[in-house]
Design a protein around this ligand. Structure first.
Ligand code: FES
Length: 106
């Protein structure tokens, strides 16, 4: 997949129950930690405008802070209304203690 890796944050700054919202090239992306793994998804809820990084993480699922739509963090799949669309996910890797995200098309 083409794109560019961006350093988003030191891995030790991301807590399991506190996703981190970042903006890369105008894209809002949320970084999650689940166990020892890191994940990245779109940060804007597809239902209305809310930042998912302000929401609640439970069992690998992020709940939107505004109307409680739910998304699977690993796959981006929409699991609960009122949202209907899945959210994009991004590849993540660790490099030198930093979380890197692959943003397509860069
Ligand atoms: S803005 Fe996320 S569920 Fe409405």
């Amino acid at each position: 997949m083409s794109g560019e890796w961006h350093k988003v944050a030191p891995a030790n700054e991301i807590e399991e129950d506190e996703p981190k919202g970042v903006e890369i090239g105008g894209k809002h992306i949320a970084i999650f930690k689940l166990g020892e793994a890191f994940h990245a998804t779109d940060n804007i809820c597809p239902h209305a405008f809310a930042l998912l990084s302000d929401g609640f993480v439970e069992d690998g699922v992020i709940e939107c802070p505004l109307h409680a739509a739910k998304f699977d963090i690993a796959t981006g799949k929409c699991l609960a209304e009122p949202a209907e669309d899945d959210i994009a996910t991004y590849q993540v890797k660790l490099e030198g203690g930093d979380v890197m995200v692959l943003v397509p098309g860069g």
